[in-house]
Write a protein that binds this ligand. Sequence first.
Ligand SMILES: [Zn+2]
Length: 183
Amino acid sequence: MMVIPSCTSYSKKHSVEKYDCTKDQEIEKIIPATPGIIMHPERCDDYIFNKQKLSKAIHIFVEEYSNTFETSELLVWEMLRGLRIEVSIIPKIVPSAYDKNGKKLKNPYVSGLALSKSQIWVEIKTSQIWTSSLIHELIHVIIWKLNDVHGDPDHEGKQFSGWTKKHSKLIKRINDRLFRLDI
Ligand SMILES: [Zn+2]
């Protein structure tokens, strides 16, 4: 889960596309060159990530994660197999969530959620993927897959284990790289 500062700017091109279910019947988008990763919009009238750009972002995630944690890319891909990514431009309010230091917040707006080890929800905040919580939620998924019980909802907090400063730095590094690539 990622708690958002309330600041958004929109110029809708590049990595984000308009979705309208009355014109586009294909709700579930299979993300190319991934092991069955699927994206779908939350609403009929919504926005989605461009499939190619999303694929590229996930490839960069897998490469960087594998280098940072000295694990094979194949293993990382295996943990992402069949992942469902629900997207929307409308943020959510949840009863409670933790910020990145593990502080519990009541009724916060969130820009992303790891719903299970194989399903995430990501808010589309701008025209580019690097501003979204996608990479953050992918880290939750990997942690969840590794310990099988939880995705470490309190991040660097002490109540749940898994998430370290190394994870937080990795997210920043990947998003910086996506930014430079205009993704
Ligand atoms: Zn989180």
